[in-house]
Design a protein around this ligand. Structure first.
Ligand code: GDP
Length: 198
């Protein structure tokens, strides 16, 4: 698939306002500041398709991008989780929307979980993995900002995450990624192709 053709389709505050649940989509999730927007922009070779969201507390939306004119294949940018300053009530509300999206969205083929290679597997990352496991939804983990570590340390981090998730190895694949250096773009494209072209 040609990911450069990605273009903004629509935003939805809740599952009921999402575009029709047809075709195939892949969703991106991650703790805020992990590098999710930068990863989406690197994968689509666009500067600002996904906005880097520096304003915690504003209404968070599920953003849909279509690949080309055809809306049958989509990338979905889920709201980042873990903004420290957001009131607990709002956090819980967002968790509910995320859980509902993951559990009920029939066209969802796979979940890309973006983690900072230096701080992988936060509590909510684990929650997301648990939800994916409930649904037997395949997950691809991007350990991003790999350029911030020396190559040996990055490989160690990758191995540690693989070891921790060994029990889920049928469902979960993991790679190093850097939006800055465009490292791992092809490997990620291949995984997206597997899901979206199936
Ligand atoms: P998001 O909140 O998960 O969407 O994260 P952003 O994409 O906005 O990135 C958060 C911060 O990390 C920004 O300052 C980015 O410039 C930086 N960043 C994101 N990806 C990378 C990367 O691969 N390498 C480096 N060095 N910095 C990155």
């Amino acid at each position: 698939l040609n990911y450069q053709t990605a273009r903004f389709l629509t935003s939805a505050p809740t599952l009921t306002e999402c575009p029709p649940d047809q075709g195939a989509e892949v969703a991106f999730a991650g703790r805020s500041n992990a590098g999710k927007s930068s990863a989406i922009n690197a994968l689509t070779q666009q500067k600002a398709l996904a906005r880097t969201s520096k304003t915690p507390g504003r209404t968070q939306l599920i953003n849909f991008f279509s690949l080309g004119e055809d809306t049958a294949r989509r990338l979905v940018d889920l709201p980042g989780y873990g903004f420290a300053k957001v009131p607990e009530k709002v956090k819980l509300e967002w968790q509910r929307h995320l859980a509902e999206y993951l559990h009920k969205r029939g066209s969802l083929r796979g979940l890309v979980l973006v983690m900072d290679v230096r701080h992988p597997l936060t509590e909510f990352d684990e929650t997301m993995l648990g939800w994916a496991d409930d649904k037997e939804m395949p997950v691809h983990i991007l350990l991003t900002k790999a350029d911030k570590l020396k190559s040996g340390a990055a490989k160690n981090a990758l191995q540690q995450v693989r070891n921790r998730l060994r029990e889920w190895e049928d469902l979960v694949s993991i790679q190093l990624f850097s939006a800055l250096k465009r490292q791992g773009v092809e490997e990620a494209h291949q995984r997206l192709d597997d899901w979206l072209l199936r």
